[in-house]
Design a protein around this ligand. Structure first.
Ligand code: PAF
Length: 301
């Protein structure tokens, strides 16, 4: 199959590289480069690194793509769709994969002639330098349709699974999206505020705060129609903290590198949905304010 991967961040490069072992892959990026080259360092330390080279930003390759995978940050999705839409083949499935929620309605409205599929992944990757990509952790990927046309593309989950397992289709993608939101609401702001690795949150001193965050998220998730408890979400979060203990979360890296974070699509989205259900979420609101203040500091510079 022919793929276009939109976005050359860590997750875009990871999926692009893995898909390219069985398929044709082309990248679409914000810069006007014609080629994208990087060294891929596999998750298994004993395996040798590979140099990967891909064509980039070629309109004909986008036009002929059988599937487009958008991996930009949530707040960049709308612009990315505007950029690719003139060249997108009607009927080509578009898979959108990012942390957080809240980009779904506009993506659906922007893509009336395409199957729209959302995905969430617990795979972890990191770019130590512009020319390198390190696969730092394995994890579950979920995929599911957002519109009727998308329901005919369940086979894509199998194809993604062959590229980088495990990947499964979910008949209600909002369910795994809410679970991932809970994990991101707990891990991302705290690791960004305390500038620590995910694993540090396993320390007793964070236990109560994490439980409070998870309780609030559980109330909102349940009100959205996905019944869960604070204990369940805390157990899930603890599992991810352990599995990714060596990693710096994406928000930690964004704050460290003075980039815009995804806070409005993670904690901000939770706060908006809490408001709609008249649920108080003071711990999450405090975290949202703290991250906004950190962003403000470097935006004012
Ligand atoms: O955003 C991230 O970094 C990841 O989604 C997660 C799961 C928190 C692991 O670092």
């Amino acid at each position: 199959m022919r793929f276009t991967v939109v976005g050359a961040g860590a997750i875009g490069r990871l999926w692009g590289y893995k898909l390219s072992l069985q398929h044709q892959v082309h990248f679409w990026t914000r810069s006007q480069i014609q080629k994208l080259t990087f060294s891929f360092h596999p998750v298994e330390p004993e395996t040798t690194s590979q140099t990967a080279c891909f064509p980039a930003n070629q309109q004909e390759l986008l036009q002929h793509s059988d599937c487009v995978l958008i991996t930009v940050k949530a707040f960049q999705v709308q612009q990315a769709i505007l950029d690719i839409r003139p060249f997108l083949r009607p009927g080509a499935p578009v898979v959108i994969m990012h942390n957080g929620m809240g980009s779904q309605d506009s993506a659906l409205a922007q893509l009336p002639d395409n199957p729209v599929i959302y995905a969430t992944t617990a795979q972890a990757a990191f770019r130590p330098t512009e020319q390198e990509l390190k696969h730092t952790g394995l994890g579950q990927t979920w995929m599911g349709a957002l519109n009727d046309a998308g329901t005919h593309h369940e086979h894509l989950a199998e194809l993604f699974d062959q590229a980088l397992a495990p990947c499964q289709w979910h008949s209600d993608i909002y369910n795994p999206l809410w679970q991932k939101l809970a994990i991101n609401c707990s891990i991302n702001p705290l690791t960004a505020i305390h500038q620590c690795r995910n694993g540090e949150l396993a320390h007793d001193k964070y236990s109560e705060e994490l439980a409070t965050i998870c309780n609030e998220v559980a109330q909102v998730t349940s009100a959205e129609g996905y019944p869960t408890s604070g204990n369940e979400l805390k157990a899930l979060t603890d599992k991810v903290i352990k599995a990714t203990s060596n990693n710096f979360s994406s928000m930690n890296q964004d704050i460290c590198q003075k980039r815009t974070t995804e806070i409005d699509y993670i904690t901000g989205y939770l706060i908006a949905r809490a408001k709609a259900h008249r649920i108080e979420v003071p711990a999450n609101t405090r975290l949202w304010q703290q991250i906004k203040q950190l962003e403000q500091k470097y935006n004012d510079q």
